[in-house]
Design a binder for this molecule. Structure first.
Ligand code: HAM
Length: 437
């Protein structure tokens, strides 16, 4: 039997509706903050991710799914030299949404000099070659936003406020969530900090894993999120960014915190929070559920240098993304359901096959009036049609018997009260709508 790949999931039924609920809630809430939806390709050039996410990140080094056409792969296996490929032949499935959105913004000049900021949101599948476990998938779904063209600390705060509001709309009690924030500095102050962390790692090289020693040359900050326990222990005494922030970054961070305070958002400052992607500058944040093992349910931050890394003009930006599967698990563990009930419908039942044609016409007429309508396609008895109607969450049944059909009438049966009325075919759609309202 064919099977899905480990670490991937089929979204259907109630699980699918839960994902749709997350998307609908995002459209409503983010829309009220002025965000429009964007969808970028799942396949991008490898360079888009390497430039943005960073060569030293696990996401790029270990987890990115590379894609080659069959013909290209044959050539590659024969020559053994990937470098001979043109950049556009080096493709990958997107591991996250930000790099692609920023690539699109550069390609289509979304934010010309002096223009108002652009606010975009997305709901898409992402792909990371991680070891599958609960809440950690190879294909997962993110809802995210990117706000391009402003470095105003109010934008950082509004992003976080909107994110916390989103969690509330999805059913989380805010007191069960922990929001951690940090400032990672900018190109002025971070180099000195990075250097001191590199020196610290070399001073402790006997205690660090090979990966960390290798990463120390490219981006030593990655060692803060190394999964090796020894490295985690050593990094606890590493220098902290807070001691290296320049005045501009300190002020920016202070303003973000002041706006969050004004909005009544609770947060914990964590100077070791560096996030797993290299493009961040200044504000970073991550949200986890207290006493839960699902991992972070969302995270984000500012990336004022990313647009340039993707070949555009210097344009500041900030955003976040949340993980659908983890949110679903976390809510379930709290006894809450992101699943929305199946939508109700109207069920058209025929007493025998003689009324089948009339049932066909009535079903089409109700659907044309915009009413979600189901009918029997298996020649069931009236009793089992009513059972089926219940299963499909029908609020009303339209029953067609020989007498009704010859009189061009139908019976509307309320499935809860069992109350019945007869109406002419011509008034049926209107009468059904009235009863559903
Ligand atoms: P991220 O922290 O890598 O950030 O991912 C955001 C969220 O996606 C995580 O908090 C988690 O809920 C979910 N997630 C990540 N990896 C997996 C996985 N393997 N399985 C299930 N869920 C996962 C980003 O992706 C950034 N692009 C966020 C951002 C937007 N920063 C600025 N703008």
């Amino acid at each position: 039997m064919a099977q899905r790949i480990q670490g991937t999931e089929d979204l259907y039924g109630r699980y699918m509706r839960a994902w749709e609920y997350m998307c609908d809630t995002a459209r409503d809430l983010f829309g009220s903050y002025g965000f429009d939806r964007i969808e970028t390709p799942a396949l991008e050039q490898v360079a888009t991710f390497v430039h943005g996410i960073g060569e030293s990140t696990d996401v790029v080094r270990k987890e990115m799914f590379r894609v080659f056409s069959g013909a290209l792969l044959d050539r590659l296996l024969a020559s053994g030299d990937e470098k001979s490929l043109k950049p556009k032949q080096r493709m990958a499935m997107r591991p996250e949404g930000t790099a692609g959105v920023v690539r699109a913004a550069v390609e289509h000049s979304f934010v010309p000099q002096g223009a108002a900021p652009v606010k975009l949101w997305y709901a898409e599948a992402m792909f990371r070659g991680e070891r599958p476990q609960k809440g950690r998938l190879r294909q997962f779904h993110q809802v995210g936003v990117e706000w391009l063209g402003t470095e105003d600390p109010a934008a950082d705060a509004e992003c976080i406020i909107m994110l916390m509001e989103y969690f509330k709309c999805l059913g989380f009690d805010p007191s069960t969530l922990r929001l951690r924030i940090n400032s990672m500095g900018d190109e002025k102050c971070r180099p000195a900090y990075r250097e001191s962390v590199r020196q610290f790692i070399f001073d402790h090289k006997d205690e660090m894993c090979d990966d960390c020693l290798e990463r120390a040359n490219i981006n030593p900050l990655r060692s803060f999120d190394c999964k090796n326990e020894h490295c985690q222990h050593v990094m606890k005494s590493a220098p902290l960014i807070t001691d290296y922030l320049c005045d501009d970054c300190k002020q920016h961070y202070a303003q973000v915190k002041s706006y969050l305070g004004a909005a009544g958002i609770e947060y914990v400052e964590d100077p070791t929070l560096v996030r797993g992607l290299d493009y961040y500058t200044r504000t970073v944040f991550e949200i986890e559920v207290k006493d839960s093992e699902v991992g972070a349910i969302g995270g984000g931050g500012r990336y004022d240098g990313l647009m340039q890394l993707e070949g555009g003009k210097q344009t500041p930006g900030i955003g976040f993304a949340v993980g659908f599967e983890r949110i679903y698990l976390a809510l379930k563990a709290q006894g809450k359901d992101l699943e929305t009930p199946a939508p109700s419908c109207v069920y058209v039942a025929a007493t025998s096959q003689d009324e089948r044609r009339a049932a066909f016409d009535v079903t089409l007429a109700l659907r044309q009036a915009g009413i979600r309508t189901e009918a029997d396609y298996q020649g069931r008895s009236l009793k089992s049609q009513f059972k089926q109607a219940d299963k499909l969450n029908a609020r009303l049944c339209v029953v067609l018997g020989p007498d009704e059909v010859s009189a061009h009438r139908a019976t509307i049966r309320d499935m809860q009260s069992h109350e019945q009325v007869q109406v002419p075919f011509d008034d049926l759609a209107q009468e059904v709508k009235k009863r559903l309202a």
